[in-house]
Design a protein around this ligand. Sequence first.
Ligand SMILES: [Zn+2]
Length: 389
Amino acid sequence: MSDSSPRYDLVLSGGEVFDSATGQSQVTDVAVTGDRVARIGPGLAATARQVVDCTGQYVLPGLVEAHTHIFADVSKVGAPPDEAHLRRGVVAANDAGTVGAATFPAFEKHIAGPSRMRLVNFLNVSVLGLIDFRFGELLNPDTLVPEDALAVAAANPHRVRGFKIRLSDDVVGLAWRPLLKRSLALSAEAGLPLMVHIGETPEPLPAVLEMLRPGDVVAHCYTGKPYGILQDGTVLPEVYAARERGVLFESAHGRSNLSFKVAKPAIAQGFLPDVITSDTSARNWHGPVFDLVTSMAKLRALGMTIAQIVPRVTEAPARLLGLLDEGYGSLREGGPAHVTVLAEAEEAVLPDAAGNEITAPRLEPSLVLLAGEQVPTVPWRGAAGSAGQ
Ligand SMILES: [Zn+2]
């Protein structure tokens, strides 16, 4: 190779490149060759076949979504994964409880297998999974069949990375405690975390938290429904105690579970989510959720910094889903070239799940690489004239 021949296929030049573990950033270049990150450092553009100027933009590892619903065509809440996520900057995602042991083969065959994204799931403890919101999947408690859930998890370690229970009273009725106990027991047997959906739980949150173990996950930490993390506007001491023990909290916006009136004081008090998630579904991907980058923009408007946000949509979810070893959630030389470049976008009116609104600048994926290959993005679905509005 002569000195003048291109050394790299593509160089993303002059962007703010983030360390996904610390959230610290520096203005530098990222070079990609084939499906790998070849080099990170200054002055790489001169030896590139193609250069993309990323000045003023954020260069991140491909985003990882730890809570979504993507069992399209089987579940009424399933959004199409590539359209809802990949084309909006997310390269790996976790279906959180849409799928149960009885429907897992269909998820594998029709969704997870064919997708270009890296998809995993937290299996619903009910064999039925979440097919239709109108009919709580655990109202018949006999649908919690530990042997079935354990058998699917054991046979599919590449896919099943945890379990999920929804603790709303329209799902579990009054029997929440024995159902949660059995779910904790089966997840312990599998050696996997349990994600617990809160919001409209039958009892105040501390009663749930005291049962959870290190590594378990509370979904919807900023829910405005009873019972949440605040009392009289202050984060409950039991919430901090649970975090201290290693219980994780994720933001899971969803159609009805992000309240600005909860998130704003909680963030001001220093209670940030461990993982930022959108809880995208067929019910909300045309609003109020839209996508993960919109959830990021909302939390920024409510007080979080970009440096705080980046690790929580990259390294933290990749760790939770067991995907760090596969190179998700970080940008490093020799690692897979999954990259999401975000640009500052125009101000927009952004709604929460309760009808409150803030006006804030959005973030927009300007370039998405999946294993070095450029993915065509789609415009924000909240934009006037955008398809589906
Ligand atoms: Zn959800």
